[in-house]
Design a protein around this ligand. Structure first.
Ligand code: SME
Length: 157
């Protein structure tokens, strides 16, 4: 596996097109979940420079903080709480252009302004979520949804 990322400076679509095969390469032949979650978070942070990128994993009926890149964050989130807990409950991706307008948003940092949360699914069960936060409003769209869903689908639990 390659251990250096090549950073693309093009459009968002071009950035994902360049990053996706590199992430697939990082995961190839590695079955350890923590190692793979850590590398996905690091690769996304390095390519896009987002404020916070990381995973929460379902453990004992809660989401528990997993590998991430960025400032320290809340460790446990209940089902239906905040953006992450709502994405878990609905088993679907949520795009939040303005976190202050999302009822029940959990402000791990007041610097976070927009967010996307993508569930990690296996056989329709949510095993965790990928959470990405930006310091700028309205940073996430269908391109992010499409590619981040493709990226988490590379994970095998
Ligand atoms: N804002 C999230 C909580 C996680 S942190 O942003 C890292 C939420 O409302 O679920």
């Amino acid at each position: 596996m390659a251990e250096d990322l090549t950073i693309n400076k093009g459009t968002k679509q071009e950035q994902y097109e360049s990053l996706f095969p590199q992430i697939r390469g990082l995961l190839e032949g590695e079955t350890d979940l923590v190692a793979n979650l850590g590398n996905i978070a690091a690769a996304l942070k390095e390519q896009f420079g987002w404020f916070w990128v990381g995973f929460y994993l379902v453990k004992d009926q809660e989401l528990v903080l997993g590998p991430f890149q960025g400032p320290v964050a809340c460790t446990r989130i209940r089902k239906g709480r905040g953006v992450c807990g709502t994405s878990w409950e609905k088993a679907s991706t949520l795009i939040v252009p303005d976190v202050e307008k999302f009822p029940g948003h959990i402000a791990c940092s007041s610097l976070s302004k927009s967010e996307i949360v993508v569930p990690v699914l296996r056989d329709n069960a949510v095993l965790g979520v990928l959470d990405v936060d930006s310091e700028l409003p309205d940073q996430f769209d269908d391109t992010d949804k499409q590619w981040l869903e493709k990226i988490v689908a590379l994970l095998s639990f």
